[in-house]
Design a protein around this ligand. Structure first.
Ligand code: ADP
Ligand code: ASP
Ligand code: MG
Length: 322
């Protein structure tokens, strides 16, 4: 019997009708005799809404509480799917991250999975249950809930597939594969049949949302073939694996990023400033794409657009702090 991991993103489960389509897909694969593990995101734009609601409450949000709040979106989707599958006559059980044995580090909102204790998952699979697991969340050593960063359900799915030595991991979303560019922005973009892990890691870290970048790293490390497909049609998707040995262009990506530059003659020799900048980035857990130092400039390019408060904080740190 093969174990297959299926992950459905927010747009795939946005309402009851879509949840039913997802349930039908799951039961079809289950009826073929596979052991099925399903990973779900929060429904639709739930996570965005929760973040907005937290911001309305406070400009300085407590990180532990925020993770507890954000993880609630996935708890809602897994239990709804559990209710639906059981009502269709299938034995299904939903598990939150902690129930599924997903242990992470302490990095709130950007936690890294340290290990997965698969005991409970395997026990439920051996009882022929369809196991539904909340994506995007785990617990740290204090048994507090953590989240893995935006889009992190992909990482949950591939990490679970690796821990279970699954045959492969399907990532279902609103697009039927990985394209030569974002198909929602470039009408002429073409679907790719196959990609190497390395190519996909580059595409993801340049900001194509289609797969969370850490998920692809795990896929490569444990050699789990990743198949991206549409939830809403049966067209062939894109397979991400080790194969591939050509040198053609696979994708063109536009990403809006922030860049902060610190200018001053001879800055290349001012190690205290260079160190201050690096410490600032580390202490504020900012994700860098690039760090450059030249004769009279330090430039940092960040992975995402960062708020203006970061600019005033770094200004304070470098120009006003003794
Ligand atoms: P989910 O909510 O299912 O996790 P995401 O929104 O995170 O789905 O990812 C799917 C989106 O990724 C698509 O709607 C598409 O706009 C975007 N995307 C960006 N670049 C690409 C690409 N090269 N190929 C396919 N989709 C892409
Ligand atoms: N719900 C989370 C988010 O919106 C995780 C995910 O969708 O993968 O970022
Ligand atoms: Mg996603």
């Amino acid at each position: 019997m093969d174990t297959i991991v299926l992950k459905f993103g927010g747009s795939s489960i946005a309402d009851n009708e879509k949840l039913q389509l997802v349930a039908n897909r799951i039961t079809k694969l289950y009826n073929k005799g596979n052991k099925i593990v399903v990973i779900l995101s929060a429904q639709g734009k739930t996570t965005d809404k929760l973040i907005e609601e937290a911001k309305e409450l406070s400009p300085t949000i407590n990180n532990r509480e925020l993770d507890s709040l954000l993880s609630s979106g996935e708890q809602v989707s897994i239990s709804k799917l559990g209710i639906l599958l059981n009502s269709m006559g299938y034995q299904a059980i939903s598990l939150n991250g902690w129930q599924a044995g997903i242990y992470t580090d302490n990095n709130n909102q950007n936690a890294i999975i340290k290990r997965i204790d698969t005991t409970r998952i395997i026990q439920e699979l051996n009882n022929d249950k369809i196991v539904i697991i909340a994506g995007f969340q785990g617990i740290n050593e204090n048994m507090d809930i953590t989240t893995l960063g935006r889009g992190g359900s992909d990482t949950t799915a591939i990490a679970i597939a690796a821990a279970l030595k699954a045959k492969n991991c399907y990532i279902f979303s609103d697009v039927d594969g990985v394209y030569t560019s974002d198909p929602n922005r470039v009408a002429e973009a073409k679907k790719l049949a196959a990609l190497s892990y390395e190519e996909m890691m580059e595409i993801s870290s340049e900001g194509a949302k289609v797969l969370h970048n850490r998920s692809v790293e795990i896929g490569e490390k444990f050699k789990i073939p990743i198949i991206t497909k549409s939830t809403f049609n049966n067209k062939a998707g894109t397979i991400i694996s080790d194969i591939i040995e050509e040198n053609t262009v696979k994708s063109i990506i536009k990403k809006d990023v922030s860049r902060i530059s610190i200018v001053g003659n001879g800055i290349i020799r001012n190690f205290s400033i260079i160190q201050k900048v690096l410490h600032f980035i580390e202490n504020n857990k900012l994700d860098m794409l690039n760090f450059e130092v030249s004769e009279s400039k330090i430039s940092v390019t960040f992975k995402d657009i960062i708020p203006d408060i970061v600019l005033s904080n770094i200004h304070e740190k470098i120009l006003n702090e003794k």
